[in-house]
Design a protein around this ligand. Sequence first.
Ligand SMILES: O=C(CO)COP(=O)(O)O
Length: 125
Amino acid sequence: MKIALIAHDGKKADMVHFLSGFKQKLKSSNVQLVATGTTGLHIEKAGFEVTRVLSGPLGGDAQIAAMAAQKELDMVVFFRDPLDKHPHEPDVQMLMRICDVHHIPLATNLASAELMFKHLNTISK
Ligand SMILES: O=C(CO)COP(=O)(O)O
């Protein structure tokens, strides 16, 4: 299965911490990770294999949305920072809308991401 990972700057440390808690599970579940550029760098540095697309403000969210629209993704974890402004907010909204259109599980905070990852094996492809 393929999971997309995205985190706004204020949430990147949370993303790495979150993933670290599921390292073994991710390895044993045959999961492929894809991430927006800077989020991906942080994830790589934490020892994960991840395919990186463009940085979010440069079109990375749109690339992830395109993957979702083409049914290439099984899940999206997007740790948004609700206390910060983002010049590419339209792309963020578009990605979330596309996930809803195509019924792709989307976690936008730690609590929902943890619930989804605890059930990884039940939706593993
Ligand atoms: O901006 C983002 C999501 O909207 C994330 O992009 P980066 O991972 O490149 O910081």
